[in-house]
Design a protein around this ligand. Structure first.
Ligand code: M6R
Length: 611
């Protein structure tokens, strides 16, 4: 995953592009670069590290003034993060510059061919060969679009690319397969970006390029063709959110902003989807009639990372309310293990970005096997949203922090709506359905009450910030929340953390417990409360330091806890929406206290568009 920004218009491209690139930094941040044509020749500036490093090597505004430019922020796949491997890559004669997001799977074979033809390869990347290939074909007939088309026909793998050519400094060619690419249509100006967020400040009119499409943009307009040379009638969409969604406002990071947005984002996920009259929920976009939904005998949920944790909660809720068996699979495993999909199996893929390569491949695999696949995504126009047979948007707004927070609670909200919907078709009574709906309305306020304890959670973070390990425990529907809590801590604070079902601890992990091991446990008042209390007594007996997330007014947990974070009582099906909030805040504060960049943790990228 990487970020691409291109500009063509009357203004100076460089500051516009750098600003856009900064908004895409969440997609990769190990090196960056820009290619512009200030005079007659392409000039490329690159640097390893963050975009601020690139800014340092840029020449004066006058020298870097250009009406055209393409740029890239990188998340390394082939070749270490370095200046040499940063994009843009120049072709052999230096006249064509290319930025690329994706993976060229057959680059070794293509590189051999190019070397035979006399091309010198200077980087360790797969992407560089694209620049040379395009030059090779351009030299044949002098048409850059056809050259890009011919080059891409030889490529196996995925790409979002933008290309400039110094012979025509008023033209950008862009193409995609498997990596997102968007054209922004401004007033006498055009943008090419991996994500709308990079250009929303300039235009809300966008075209989402589809796989195997090539757009040629010049000052008068654009033309889109396919790799097979068919003309495409592009549809212009209006982006329905604004710049505040991609700015930090008064917060010091996107992560904390997004954590604090959850009362609203959760409400947005259920708004308009509750029917008190019928004591049920509705998910219009599923694109599947209730009569058919009722016949579903098995559900598979496929996702990665945090979205997979949301899927585990979905399993728990759907099985509890609807008694339909649910399998939850890692997309990366699912796609390669020839999954069994029976006729009445319904498949859900969950992905915040809608672009995760493994999840997308799993979707395609399930569809190839004849399954109906529904997507639960956040990103309108994303590949998963487009390729699913239906689905539901989570509507949490742009999530920029690499650690997913509000997307998780919104995914869980939508899965809860689904569980109630299916439950009401099967086993859930109208009385229970109505009770759930009424309680769902209370959830945003209950989240607020937990957020109000931010200072207290920060103080608890101080007590564990120097730990090297942490254990997260939960049971039932809160076990996936323990997994999510552990993931949050490890990805942003680099403390090793594991999530476990609390009772499973005595089958191994208990050996790790001593006075230096923080154990973060969810022990809420529900049917298994007494069981988890016994598990925590076992931790205490071994001097473990227990931080308990407990139900308001539960004094018993104080007896063995070093610290208690109280959360409001709720129906057990809604507990994850509350119990995860202290986990997110704890991870955030620990990482901050360790002096780390919570929005851009090392080695990670927001959406993993490579295998
Ligand atoms: O965009 P997706 O939901 O498909 O992303 C899946 C995972 O890559 C993502 O949830 C990842 O685990 C996050 N860094 C977790 O915070």
């Amino acid at each position: 995953m990487c970020g691409i920004v291109g500009y063509l218009g009357k203004r100076n491209a460089t500051p516009i592009i750098i600003e856009g690139l900064k908004r895409l930094e969440y997609r990769g941040y190990d090196s960056s670069g820009i290619a512009i044509i200030p005079d007659k020749e392409i000039k490329v500036y690159k640097e390893s590290g963050r975009i601020t490093e690139l800014e340092r090597v840029l020449p004066t505004p006058k020298e870097s003034s250009s009406n055209i430019g393409i740029a890239h922020t990188r998340w390394a796949t082939h070749g270490e993060p370095s200046k040499k491997n940063a994009h843009p890559h120049l072709s052999h004669n230096g006249k064509i510059a290319v930025v690329h997001n994706g993976i060229i799977e057959n680059y070794v074979a293509l590189r051999k061919q190019l070397v035979k033809e006399g091309y010198e390869i200077v980087s360790d990347t797969d992407s560089e060969i694209l620049a040379h290939l395009i030059e090779y074909f351009y030299k044949k007939d002098g048409d850059i679009t056809i050259a890009v088309q011919n080059a891409l026909k030889l490529v196996e793998g995925t790409f979002g690319i933008a290309v400039i050519n110094q012979d025509n400094p008023k033209q950008i060619v862009a193409a995609r397969r498997g990596s997102p690419l968007i054209l922004g249509i401004g007033d006498d100006e055009f943008f090419v970006t991996s994500d709308v967020g990079a250009t929303i400040i300039h235009t809300k009119q966008v075209i989402y390029l589809h796989d195997n499409e090539i757009a040629t943009i010049d000052r008068d307009g654009y033309e889109i063709i396919t790799l097979m040379n068919n003309k495409v009638e592009a549809i212009i969409s209006e982006v329905d959110w604004d710049i505040s969604a991609v700015e930090k406002g008064d917060y010091d990071s996107f992560m904390i902003k997004e954590i604090f947005e959850q009362p609203i984002s959760v409400e947005n996920a259920f708004r308009g989807r509750l029917s008190e009259k019928l004591s049920t929920t509705r998910l219009g976009g599923l694109n599947i009639p209730n009569s058919e939904l009722r016949k579903v005998k098995k559900i598979q949920i496929v996702a990665c990372g945090t979205s997979w944790h949301a899927g585990l909660i979905g399993k728990h809720l759907i099985e509890k309310l609807a008694r339909i068996p649910v399998e939850v699979e890692y997309a990366s495993e699912y796609r390669y293990r020839n999954p069994i999909i029976e006729e009445d199996t319904l498949v859900f893929v969950i992905s915040q970005s809608g672009e995760t390569a493994d999840t997308l491949a799993a979707l395609r695999e399930a569809q190839a096997k004849g399954a109906k696949v529904l997507g639960i995504t956040n990103t309108v126009g994303s590949t998963i949203a487009r390729e699913s047979d239906g689905g539901s948007y989570i509507h949490c707004g742009s999530e920029i922090g690499v650690a997913s927070t509000k997307a998780f609670t919104s995914q869980v909200t939508v899965l809860t709506l689904l569980a109630i919907l299916l439950g009401r078709m099967h086993h859930t009574s109208p009385t229970d359905g109505l009770r759930y709906i009424k309680e769902l309305y209370n959830i945003p306020d209950k989240i607020k009450k937990i957020l109000d304890q931010n200072d207290k959670i920060e103080a608890i973070a101080e007590t564990i910030k120097d730990s090297t390990n942490a254990l997260y425990l939960g049971r039932g529907v809160n076990y996936p929340v323990a997994l999510e809590g552990a993931l949050k801590l490890k990805e942003i604070s680099y403390i090793h953390a594991e999530g476990y079902p609390a009772a499973e601890m005595k089958h191994g992990p208990i050996a790790l417990i001593d006075e230096s091991m923080p154990v973060i446990a969810i022990a809420l008042k529900d049917s298994i409360y007494d069981k988890i209390i016994s598990n925590l007594e076992e931790v205490r007996a071994r001097n473990g330091r227990i931080i308990t997330i407990a139900t308001e007014n539960d004094d018993r947990v104080k007896e063995f806890s070093e610290n208690v974070i109280y959360i409001p009582d709720t129906e057990s099906i809604f507990q994850p929406l509350l119990s995860v909030i202290p986990m997110q805040l704890l991870a955030y504060h620990v990482a901050k206290k360790r002096g780390l960049d919570v929005d851009k943790p090392r080695n990670l990228a927001k959406s993993v568009t490579v295998e």
